[in-house]
Every structure is written in C-alpha cells, then in structure tokens.
Design a protein around this ligand. Structure first.
Ligand code: ADP
Ligand code: MG
Length: 355
C-alpha cells in the first residue's frame, strides 16, 4: 500500500509525458502541412515570361531567391545588356584579347560548342549577326537582302570561338562576330533554379522560362505534374497533348514563339546557319524531355532545324533523352520511351508511325 501511494504521482507523470509525446507526434505533420503553401509568381526576364511555383513553408523567400538567380544569369548572358559577359566578348571581336568571364557563362559556352559539334553546326552560338539582321521579335524585324544574309553568314562559325578553360576566358577570331545564347541560356537558368530549390529543401516546384519547363519532384501530393504540349498553330497556352512527368525537364521549340508575317510567309526566330533563313524543316515543333534543361534547350532548337529524320537519328543515339515531334501535317512522332505516355487532346493531331 505504502509503495503504491508513493509511486502514484510518478505513474501519473509518466502517463502524462507519454500522452504528450503521442499528441505531438501525431500532431506535428499536420502542423507542418498547415504551414505549407503553394505560391506562383510570374516576371518578365530573359526576354520571356518566367513563372515559378513553389510549395513550401516560406514560398515567397524561395521565389525571391529564384528570380534573383535568373536575373543574375541574364546579366551575365544577355547579348544586349551592356557589360554582360556576352556583350563584352562581342565588343572585342577583333580577336586580339581574351575576355575573362564568369564560370557560369564559360560553362554554357562550352556546352554550346559541344552541341554545335554534335549537330554539324545547325546549333551555333555565334549566330548573333544573323539574329540581329532579321531582328525577329523586335520592332525592326524585316526580310533582309541576299547580300546582307551572305555577309552575316560569313560571320557565323562556332569554330572561331576560342575558349580558354585555364582562366575562364574567351575570344572571337573575326571582327563583327557575335555570340547569342538565346537558344540555351534559359535552359541553364531553369537548371540552376531547380538546383537552388532542391538545395533549399524544396520537394515540389514548377519552373517555366518561356516554354522551358523544369519540374522539381511531383505535385505537392507527390502525384505527377500534367504538362501540356503547346499547339504549334496557336498562341501560347493552347495545348494539343499532355504528358505526366516527375522531376524532369521538358523544353519545346516551335515556330509560333517569335515571328512576323510578310506576303503570307511566316518568318520565325530559329535560323538555319547553312541557309541564313528561318529553319524550314518538316517539323513545326519539337519537345525534348530529359534531366538537364540546358541540354533540352539546345537540342530542341537543333532538332527543330534538323527535321524529323535527322532529329530522330540524333535523339536515338543519346542516352536519357526523349522527344515529341510535330510534323508540318500535324503528325505526332514519339521516341520509344514516350509511347503510351502522351495523350492527344485535339483531333487535328494524330500519331504517326506508331504500331
Ligand atoms: P525560345 O527562345 O523561343 O525558347 P529557342 O530555344 O529555340 O526558342 O531559341 C531561339 C533563339 O536562339 C533565337 O531567338 C536566337 O536568339 C537563337 N538562335 C536562333 N537560331 C539559332 C541557331 N541556329 N543556333 C543557336 N541559336 C540560335
Ligand atoms: Mg532552345
């Protein structure tokens, strides 16, 4: 009896502690979830609409830092911003001085040269003079003369870009040459934002830089993101197919993005460095799905120029890359790994070559 009496308060205290632990244990995930929220913000950066959606306890803080990072990359890689790495290299195109640049820009230039070699020069980071001549997407857009095109083409050659990895410096060997990273820098920025968010512990985010989509994880509940594929005949936001993805990037290049029309002809912004004219292959849109948005960006532009047959050949020889091609007669061609995973949402489109 005596013993029981003395132990009673100890027993009650222990029971209380156990109950409290049980309460907080079961309560804490709910509390965490209550503090989590999804936030989306859109800004105009890198000459396009950049949308970032983050699911976290402090989405604003992560979104702020993500936009700061994109702005920072734009300041380094823009062709037009005075003082950017690319601007400074272009200003010194007489070939005398090596220009020291940031390690980010250097890495992107190295990858750009890799893709130029891989695509036999269809992708070319020295396409700047041609981009400026056509001015597509600017108020001065016009069809140039043959002579002007010839002159600009004589300045487009990635083999005359010299990179020195010892001190991250670069130079162009011919006066008037100009770098343009418009087809690859957005992919790099998407990768970097994804990396930052993952480092900050984010498990669910959606990043879209003007058609370069990068997904961190799945949706907040862990299910796949349903990503729409743009209808290449219509304005942005009109989708013709969908695909479910987790932790991947999907990048689309199409002729609907930036163009002008003259005498019934559409002149768009992806230029063929062999002809000097907007690429005129049998595909009107190419989406690349893989892990690196930079690679997907470079490849979607390249394959848009290469067309269906050469594009398929190229993508099939690379490991870890899938593609959705839309041909000029609205046929949809998928690489092996995507078969059965793309849903068509518009009856004008049909699967080509599927068994
Ligand atoms: P978007 O910028 O609409 O996402 P792309 O990634 O396909 O489309 O890039 C197109 C941009 O790339 C053009 O606006 C131009 O700055 C640049 N560019 C055009 N033609 C080429 C080319 N053959 N190789 C490399 N860059 C190119
Ligand atoms: Mg691209």
């Amino acid at each position: 009896m005596r013993r029981r009496k003395t132990n009673y308060p100890v027993f009650v205290t222990l029971l209380f502690i156990i109950l409290m632990i049980a309460f907080f244990r079961s309560g804490s995930p709910q509390n965490d979830l209550k503090n989590m929220s999804e936030k989306t913000r859109t800004n105009f950066l890198m000459n396009t609409m950049v949308q970032i959606r983050v699911y976290s306890e402090e989405p604003d803080r992560h979104i702020d830092r993500s936009f700061e990072l994109v702005r920072n990359i734009e300041e380094k890689m823009s062709r037009t911003q005075t003082g950017s790495d690319i601007y400074r290299i272009n200003e010194n195109s007489s070939g005398n001085d090596y220009i020291t640049i940031s390690s980010d820009t250097f890495r992107v230039l190295e990858r750009a040269v890799y893709f130029a070699e891989l695509t036999g020069g269809k992708f070319d980071p020295t396409v700047g003079p041609l981009v400026e001549l056509w001015g597509i997407g600017t108020a001065g857009a016009r069809v140039p003369t043959e002579e002007e095109i010839e002159k600009a083409l004589s300045l487009v050659d990635y083999r005359k870009l010299v990179l020195n990895p010892e001190d991250n410096s670069a130079k162009l060997l011919q006066e008037g040459m100009k770098l343009d990273l418009g087809a690859i820098a957005k992919g790099y920025a998407a990768d970097e934002v994804g990396k930052l968010l993952k480092e900050e512990g984010i498990e669910s985010a959606y990043i879209n830089l003007g058609g370069n989509v990068l997904l961190v994880g799945g949706k907040p509940d862990g299910s796949p993101w349903k990503i729409g594929v743009q209808d290449p005949r219509l304005n942005r936001g009109n989708v013709m197919a969908s695909i479910e993805l987790i932790d991947k990037t999907i990048v689309t290049s199409g002729n609907y993005e930036r163009y002008f029309e003259e005498d019934g002809v559409i002149y768009h912004h992806i230029l063929d460095p062999d002809s000097g004219y907007p690429a005129n292959s049998n595909v009107i849109s190419v989406s690349i799905i893989c892990d690196s948005s930079l690679d997907a960006d470079a490849l979607s532009t390249s394959i848009f120029i290469l067309g269906l047959e050469k594009g398929l050949e190229l993508i099939n020889q690379l490991e870890g890359f899938e593609a959705i091609f839309i041909t000029d007669n609205l046929g949809v061609v998928l690489t092996e790994g995507l078969k059965g995973k793309v849903t068509l949402l518009n009856n004008d489109f049909y699967f080509l070559g599927s068994d």
